[in-house]
Design a binder for this molecule. Sequence first.
Ligand SMILES: C[S@@+](CC[C@H](N)C(=O)[O-])C[C@H]1O[C@@H](n2cnc3c(N)ncnc32)[C@H](O)[C@@H]1O
Length: 238
Amino acid sequence: MRNDAQDKFRQINRMVEIFAPLIQALDAKNPRILDMGAGKGYLDFALYDYLSGLGQACEIIGVEMRPQLVADGNEHARASGFSGLRFEPGTILDFDARGADAVIALHACDTATDDAIYQGIQAGAGLIAVAPCCHKQIRRQMEAGRPDANLDFLLRHGTFLEKQAEMVTDGLRALLLEANGYRTKVFEFVSDAHTPKNNLIVAQKGGAGSRQAALDRIVAVKAMFGIEKHYLETLLAP
Ligand SMILES: C[S@@+](CC[C@H](N)C(=O)[O-])C[C@H]1O[C@@H](n2cnc3c(N)ncnc32)[C@H](O)[C@@H]1O
């Protein structure tokens, strides 16, 4: 492991530790796992290797829009003898996600995280887990909208606006998942010494509270922060 890749290595290890038991708890003998915005597929290779070592059969498909990364990933999967791991070219939204048991995404850019969540919800995946990346869509809306004047002491400072936009984006994602039948947790999966993008949203199908309560909360939060629409809402209810 190269020195400059240690942070990534730690993140991937943590993800594998967190995901493996959640995947094993799914009601599927040979779960189909979609990794949206797979990049070079580090997570997929590590997860496949780890689950295989546990004797857990699985199919992992990394969806990635950069064809060269897809070709490289498929070549490495073949060379590693990982017959259940493959990479597919294309965009997250265009991918046919039917039959997915788990949808994961590690640092898919901005609203690509919402595309992944949407695909997971549409597929009825038992597990949706995403580590979001940038949060531009909601930040732009907060800047353009009229947040509650009482929040001005925070939002007038760019650094706090950035942090608030991140929390509000992911808080709304969690509520939207809950409104769609997922019990949801948000937590830091590694220390921010390894990445500032260290939040993980884990959603498991079933056991969520009232859909109406979550929808009401979404309306209230959007009004408070001057948000017209979260991109994920647009996907879920065009
Ligand atoms: C920051 S990288 C993260 C890669 C990988 N998940 C990781 O953590 O190592 C984001 C990746 O998502 C891909 N990507 C972004 N938006 C996408 C989309 N809408 N459809 C498919 N791939 C996308 C990019 O090409 C890039 O490889």
